[in-house]
Design a binder for this molecule. Structure first.
Ligand SMILES: Cc1cc2nc3c(=O)[nH]c(=O)nc-3n(C[C@H](O)[C@H](O)[C@H](O)COP(=O)(O)OP(=O)(O)OC[C@H]3O[C@@H](n4cnc5c(N)ncnc54)[C@H](O)[C@@H]3O)c2cc1C
Length: 419
């Protein structure tokens, strides 16, 4: 370690556990500070939630999950087998603990406090991506208006209320309402069933798998190591160094970052992190389209996002609270497809392919966990839930600066992992 002007001892090398968008962004930003990195993943880069998610980079709608209406909606929803929300292994004690903590956070006052933290982050999202782009990470980040579509205008009240709260918290968001015909003019794939839409202007989207692969390539090209198929079973501090235990002797480093997505809590026991992180499993698939979608769409009643991916469109949705490694349930994809189908037209559904399941790393209080643990040298970057693609590059950059300087950015104060 070297001494910085602040008297903080800067690690020369950092091991990052987890090669999703958050771990890779952190590693990439550490390299910006001249710190050597080694990223280890139990499988390969992007093998968690970061691979085939919806790919919205959408700060205007990026907000904490726990809020009072999800209690009303959630209880009704989990009782219906076709609902977009469900529980896997309902008796898992970790799920019970997670849900109890999340229910505790479903209060308007808590949501508003958390939203203030999100707002401060959201303001910097566009710059965080621009910084990676300027630094040589190749990505196709496309500008687009998110169109939220409804069959019946009365169905829009929940979404509009949520947007009112977000804007009321000071979040910049440019909204407009469209009739069904206007919505079809903006996006010809919308069917006659759509009778109104809410447009959230000036957002962005990308193909996550291509972006994560480019980020991993950039980390390697800048001299970073990425060790694949290297599961870590525990992290401990021994004789002044951190040891990531796994196969063989384990890996030693002066500083480590746990960026293990929905698996993070497995590695954080005993390090003073009390907020549980649990899997919010989602599913996606693609279909081929002759004329590409013009805009990302959101179907709030079905809870499905549709993202243009050139000659295909990706459909993503479902929230299954469950362990990330429990078998995926293909019926969920069928339910998602059936819920989205009536709202769309001119799609050859027989071209459906690329079925995928990934677990969002949900923190029980809805705030990411980014910062130090009680164990010296051990940091966390995770718990971004529904919004890791939007916030990942920024979280990685802010944590890297903290590791490189010892200074905690004001945006990170509410994300203290030991809160
Ligand atoms: C259906 C769906 C749609 C989504 N849509 C969006 C969206 O449109 N916009 C948005 O902002 N976000 C979206 N998200 C959320 C986003 O995908 C996640 O928040 C984000 O990918 C989390 O990134 P991460 O790096 O923290 O975790 P992950 O990508 O899960 O990465 C964690 C990595 O850690 C590795 N790992 C775990 N345990 C260990 C261990 N013990 N040892 C070594 N390695 C380990 C895993 O193999 C994995 O590669 C969506 C998620 C889903 C499921």
């Amino acid at each position: 370690m070297s001494d910085s002007s602040l008297g903080y001892r800067v690690p020369a090398r950092v091991t990052v556990i987890g090669a999703g968008i958050v771990g890779l962004s952190c590693a990439w930003s550490l390299q910006e500070h001249g710190i050597e990195v080694c990223v280890v993943d139990r499988a390969r880069p992007g093998s968690g939630a970061s691979w085939q998610n919806a790919g919205y980079v959408s700060p205007a709608i990026c907000a904490p999950l726990p809020e009072p209406s999800i209690l009303r909606y959630g209880v009704r929803a989990v009782l219906s087998p076709r609902s977009p929300v469900s529980l896997v292994h309902a008796t898992d004690p970790r799920l019970v603990r997670f849900l109890a903590a999340m229910v505790h956070s479903c209060r308007t006052s808590t949501w508003r406090r958390s939203m203030a933290a999100y707002r401060a982050l959201n303001e910097r999202v566009v710059d965080s991506y621009r910084h990676q782009l300027d630094g040589g990470v190749s990505m196709e980040l496309t500008e687009g208006n998110v169109i939220a579509c409804f069959a019946d205008p009365r169905e829009s009240s929940g979404f509009l209320h949520e947007m009112e709260e977000i804007v009321g918290a000071g979040q910049a968001a440019e909204l407009s309402l469209l009739t069904g015909d206007e919505a079809r003019e903006a996006e010809p794939h919308l069917s006659e069933r759509v009778s109104m839409a809410v447009v959230v202007r000036g957002q962005q989207y990308l193909t996550p798998s291509a972006y994560v692969a480019a980020l991993a390539k950039s980390v390697r090209e800048r001299g970073g190591k990425i060790l694949e198929n290297t599961p870590v079973t525990a992290v401990e501090r021994r004789r002044g160094v951190l040891v990531a235990r796994g196969q063989g002797d384990g890996l030693e480093a002066e500083a480590m970052v746990v960026a293990a997505g929905a698996w993070a809590s497995n590695l954080l026991a005993g390090h003073g992190v009390r907020v549980p992180v649990y899997g919010g499993r989602g599913y996606s698939f693609t279909v081929a389209v002759e004329s590409p979608f013009r805009s990302p769409l959101y179907l709030p009643v079905a809870r499905v996002a549709v993202t243009p991916q050139g000659g295909r469109a990706r459909f993503a949705g479902i929230m299954e609270f469950g362990p990330p490694d429990a078998p995926s349930r293909p019926a969920r994809i069928v339910h998602m497809l059936e819920a989205a189908q009536p709202m769309l037209r001119d799609i050859d559904w027989s071209t459906k392919a690329d079925d995928w399941m990934g677990a969002r790393p949900l923190s029980a209080d809805g705030l990411p966990l980014v910062g130090t643990t009680k164990t010296p040298g051990l940091f966390v970057a995770g718990g971004h839930g529904m919004w890791g693609m939007t916030l990942g590059p920024l979280s990685g950059a802010l944590l890297a600066t903290q590791i490189a300087t010892g200074v905690v950015a004001p945006e990170l104060a509410p994300l203290d992992p030991c809160r």
